[in-house]
Design a protein around this ligand. Structure first.
Ligand SMILES: [Zn+2]
Ligand SMILES: [Zn+2]
Length: 434
């Protein structure tokens, strides 16, 4: 490998960093960087970065590349994988500020528990826009557990591939941005754009305050923590008469955790920090930066939503209602995936399967039939385009290689899709090129 041999540098590729809420994640940067070098992610990590990992790693026994791929969701966080990758990239490209593509700046303040999503989430509309602007990438905040919507497009982020319905990992050896890491299907296909939703007040609050939290850079974490403890105690005294129980109910945080926050034994997770701010109608900045001035009478009680309710659901099961809902999805004009049905119901897919195996299976089957048809139609169109590009290249005296065809169609990675690749090979073979 040429880059490896002369140990020269890797390109000093600028990250996409226009605005705090949409700035690029490290995993996205790594994929783009690999593509710029005409390398797979696997080659970039194992052949180029590995040597730097070994140089810097304290624990020589760890196979760092393997660790990276197996824990890819942590790369954008602030654990070992994030910091070692930042060091290696900085060393090899002499680019400063790579750490800004992670949440490393929160390390000293916010506990890592439940911070990051295990699976990749995305907004197909954003990808489509960025593709058109020729800067396809994935923003950092999509990796946060707390972020569930795209504020710009007012849509729910998807946590599965619209083509194969599988969940997507953050980093794979042959990953291409904009495509599923498992089936290589397009993630922003016009046929699969999600519906608009009404973004709730909580998600709006999350985004506004993330803007502040992400901007924290050279902040005095010690004083932040002290101000927070102080402020929380003021809140307890002023609003809750120093009663832990009513405070716990109002803020929807367990008493034991709240006690630890009040005494400073523990700093809240991002979710609980945001939940305190939201419930009290205070910005995170005012909780962390100065002594808060509490106006008016009581914390806001209107517009309450259960921010702790997750899709796996704690609410009791109303079998009849659920059954009705499942039946209703079966007669929709456009079939819905079980994952999405589960999401609409605020339930886990597995729960639906356990309680209503037959209905669930029917929904799944119907949806995969629908997908198959859709994929079939799309592939038909793609094959036609490939064939056109193929002939156009031959006409120009250019060998219709995989890359040439992909470039001509402006669809990098297109021929990784097996059926399309086979079609291309078929054309080559038919015309005696291979
Ligand atoms: Zn979007
Ligand atoms: Zn897929």
């Amino acid at each position: 490998m040429y880059i490896y041999k002369d140990r020269s540098v890797i390109y000093n590729l600028p990250p996409i960093n226009e605005d705090l809420l949409t700035k690029e994640s490290l995993t996205s940067y790594l994929v783009r960087l690999s593509n710029e070098h005409q390398l797979t992610v696997n080659d970039m990590v194992r052949r180029v970065l590995e040597i730097e990992f070994n140089k810097n790693s304290i624990d020589k026994k760890i196979n760092f590349s393997k660790y990276l791929f197996e824990n890819s969701e942590t790369i954008n966080g602030y654990g070992k994988s994030a910091s070692e990758l930042v060091i290696a990239l900085n060393e090899l490209s002499s680019r400063e500020g790579i750490e800004k593509l992670t949440f490393l700046n929160w390390k000293k303040l916010i506990p890592s528990r439940n911070l990051l999503d295990k699976n990749f989430k995305y907004c197909p509309d954003c990808l489509k826009d960025w593709k058109d602007e020729n800067k396809l990438y994935y923003p950092l905040i999509w990796g946060l557990n707390l972020v569930e919507v795209c504020i710009k497009h007012q849509k729910r982020l998807l946590n599965y591939c619209v083509n194969c319905n599988e969940q997507i990992t953050f980093l794979k050896g042959k990953m291409v941005l904009g495509r599923c890491s498992k089936c290589f299907g397009l993630l922003y296909d016009d046929n699969f754009l999600p519906q608009k939703i009404n973004v709730d007040g909580f998600q709006k609050y999350v985004h506004i305050n993330l803007n502040y939290l992400i901007s924290l850079d050279s902040i005095d974490y010690e004083s932040c923590r002290n101000d927070f403890i102080n402020n929380l105690n003021i809140i307890q005294t002023k609003y809750f008469n120093n009663e832990l129980k009513s405070m716990s109910v109002e803020l929807q945080i367990p008493k034991t955790s709240l006690y630890e926050y009040l005494t400073g034994e523990q700093f809240p997770s991002l979710k609980n920090l945001v939940s305190i701010g939201y419930s009290m109608n205070l910005s995170i900045r005012s909780l962390l930066e100065k002594e808060i001035s509490l106006n008016a009478d009581s914390p806001k009680s209107c517009d309450r939503i259960d921010i702790h309710k997750k899709t796996s659901g704690g609410t009791p099961i109303d079998r009849l209602k659920m059954k009705e809902k499942l039946k209703e999805t079966l007669v929709r004009s456009e079939p819905t995936s079980l994952v999405r049905v589960a999401e609409e119901m605020g339930r886990d897919r597995k729960l639906l399967y356990n309680h209503f195996p037959e209905l669930s299976k029917e929904i799944s089957d119907k949806y995969s039939e629908f997908l198959k048809n859709k994929t079939f139609q799309r592939r038909k169109v793609m094959k036609l385009q490939i064939e056109n590009a193929y002939y156009a290249l031959i006409k120009d005296g250019i060998y219709p290689s995989r890359r040439q065809i992909e470039n001509k169609l402006k669809k990098p990675g297109l021929l990784r899709e097996k059926p399309l690749q086979n079609y291309w090979k078929f054309l080559l073979k038919r015309d005696g090129y291979s």
